[in-house]
Design a protein around this ligand. Structure first.
Ligand code: FDA
Length: 594
């Protein structure tokens, strides 16, 4: 007999674990979430928070979304990504980033009701965690997961209460390993991890110092410092990252992974900060320092039986592109509605197989993108002449060469401009953030081919209602004229069906099928004199269906299926589609528990 019982046990209170707990509690699913430490993230690792993540927070409630904006540094202050010799020294180049370039800003505004922002992990985690606790999650800090066993009925985990030293057992129907890049859950479950861990060494130096005079006129979250003579692998590139404008900072500085991690003392940290800021008299208030390793690994399989992994447990990569915490929260959004549907008896366990099928390709994609983004600094180093020599005098001469008045220098300036602009694949990569399309058994085709991307799919979001894609956002209107996003019409733990004039039969069909399957399908009729109005015609253009057709949307905003126009027997079609997705009575194919 286990000491505790729950439906879902979540290991870890990072972005993945806290988001899972918040979502499951919001959906009315019993859960316990544990963390081996006495509190949440003590350092502000993740910060770039993209629109897709903000949509998850918005789905949790406008209160959650608003609180995130309250603590975040707004998008406008994120954008002047600077490359320089030091903060006080010469600027080498700059690029507008994170959706602040006017062209990119337009795409952001058109794509989502939410805004990208800079929300340090030290704010995001408490927001998600308190939302979970307030909504019913049982939270246990200082509780370390040790092991688990699976059987036909679920999972029994053994944990250690670190306050008493006592070992306890927790019985759960499902276990989520959101336990980070060294996931013991993944290891105990023998889930394969492809790629390489520890490909580089990095240290974080968190400090307070008012640097307004160097940065307030070119507001950014990232200042990249390239300094000949700095002592890391011949190329001294350091990152000075804003935590709070403009008096709290994090320096990210590399170390040789083949040597032991350095001890970061106050003196060492001050020396690095003075060097990168370019102020020999700078005094810093050192808050903390720690080292971490750069990884390049992902899990091709994110579940076995009743055990799932998510977040860094499944995708381990450098912070480039700011995708880690974002993807972790989005993993949770994908899995939690499925668990809720199974636990509420609306779906068979077969639905859960779609988690790996949908999220493992995303894991691979973001790990590959983040590591590629590191390599894409190469052309900047090359043209500045930082790679050909380790002699600081020679390196400085190479950097200076671009300022000369000859044809070779002009060519260098052109190549440098292009190399910096190319970094949009790291700093303005909207498509990677928003274009996730799923192909799985939890989506039903309408027979149409996947639409091709008309622009670079990494850089630009391509809205479509093609089944598997995220429902496009457009503003529609309530009869009182209030602006409502199409995403607000969907989500909140339920399926939604959007239709228009002539599609009334879908509404009746949804009511019948909801009763039959015991799952909610919220229907929204869009059109003149209907509950939702499309004054601008944006929905008519974005929906890619006729007025009488329908777009069926999953609780995670992804299109489940669509019909171009009303059919003879909408009940039969909706039954076919929803039973195919929910698979009532099915068992998981991916079982494989011991
Ligand atoms: P995370 O590691 O955050 O949490 C794991 C949890 O499991 C913790 O609560 C831990 O205590 C717990 N745990 C582990 N083992 C346990 C055990 N045995 N028993 C009980 N509990 C256990 N991402 C992003 O989206 N945008 C960004 O801008 C950045 N920037 C960034 C900068 C820097 C410098 C770094 C190092 C990282 C980033 N990231 C990022 C990445 C981001 O920090 C990372 O992807 C997320 O923290 C991952 O969240 P998880 O919840 O998966 O794991």
């Amino acid at each position: 007999m286990a000491d505790m019982k729950t439906d879902v046990l979540i290991i870890g209170t990072g972005p993945a674990g806290s988001a899972s707990a918040a979502l499951l509690s919001t959906y009315g699913v019993q859960n316990i979430v544990i963390n081996q430490y006495s509190w949440l993230a003590s350092t502000p690792r993740a910060h770039i928070t993209n629109q897709r993540t903000m949509e998850v927070l918005r789905d949790l409630g406008r209160d959650v979304e608003d609180e995130a904006y309250l603590h975040a540094t707004e998008q406008e202050l994120m954008g002047e990504n600077v490359f320089c010799e030091s903060l006080a020294g010469e600027e080498i180049g700059r690029m507008k980033s994170w959706g602040t370039h006017p062209m990119s800003k337009a795409e952001h505004l058109l794509s989502s009701p939410t805004f990208m922002n800079d929300l340090p992990q030290t704010y995001m985690e408490p927001l998600l965690f308190t939302t979970a606790a307030k909504r019913g999650s049982q939270t246990r800090m200082s509780t370390e997961y040790l092991s688990h066993v699976q059987d036909a009925g679920g999972v029994t985990a053994t944990v250690r209460d670190k306050l008493t030293g006592q070992e306890l057992t927790i019985r759960a129907k499902y276990l989520i390993g959101a336990d980070g890049g060294n996931s013991l859950v993944a290891q105990n479950e023998n889930l394969p991890i492809e790629g390489q861990m520890g490909v580089g060494g990095s240290m974080n130096i968190l400090f307070k110092a008012d640097l307004s005079r160097y940065v307030a006129h070119r507001p950014s979250v990232l200042y990249w410092v390239m300094q000949p003579g700095a002592n890391v692998g011949g190329i001294g590139m350091g990152l000075v990252r804003m935590i709070r404008p403009w008096n709290e900072w994090l320096i990210v500085w590399g170390y040789d992974i083949n040597k032991p991690a350095p001890e970061v003392t106050q003196d060492y940290a001050t020396e690095v900060a003075r060097q990168l800021v370019g102020d020999p008299n700078l005094d810093i208030d050192l808050l903390s320092a720690n080292t971490w390793t750069v990884n390049n690994a992902y899990a091709p399989q994110m579940q076995k039986g009743a055990v799932f992994i998510m977040g860094d447990a499944a995708h381990r990569h450098p912070p480039s592109n700011g995708l880690g915490s974002n993807t972790s929260i989005q993993d949770a959004f994908n899995l939690c509605w499925k668990l809720a549907a199974v636990l509420k008896g609306q779906a068979g366990e077969g639905l859960l197989d779609s988690y790996t099928v949908e999220r493992a390709p995303v894991a691979k994609q973001i790990v590959t993108r983040a590591n590629k983004s590191i390599d894409e600094f190469g052309p900047i180093f090359d043209v500045l002449g930082l790679t050909g020599s380790v002699d600081p005098v020679k390196m400085q001469e190479n950097m200076d060469a671009r300022t000369e008045g000859n044809a070779a220098a002009e060519k260098k300036r052109e190549v440098l401009r292009e190399a910096i602009a190319f970094k949009k694949y790291e700093f303005d990569c909207h498509g990677v953030e928003m274009n996730q399309r799923y192909t799985s058994d939890a989506v039903v085709t309408d027979g149409q081919l996947e639409p091709a991307f008309s622009m670079d799919e990494e850089l630009h979001y391509h809205p479509t209602t093609w089944p598997g894609a995220r429902l496009p956002h457009v503003w529609v209107f309530s009869p009182e004229g209030k602006k409502v996003s199409t995403l607000d019409l969907s989500g909140h733990g339920a399926f939604s069906l959007l239709t228009g004039i002539g599609g009334e039969a879908w509404e009746d069909a949804a009511r019948t099928i909801s009763k039959e399957l015991g799952c909610t399908v919220n229907v929204h009729l869009i059109g003149p004199r209907r509950a939702i109005q499309d004054h601008t015609g944006d929905w008519a253009r974005a929906s890619e269906i006729r007025d009488s057709g329908c777009v069926l949307v999953r609780p995670d905003h992804h299109v489940a299926w669509r019909a171009e126009e009303v059919v003879d027997d909408p009940v039969a079609d909706l039954r076919r589609v929803l039973t195919s997705i929910l698979k009532p009575g099915s068992a998981q194919k991916m079982k494989g528990a011991a």
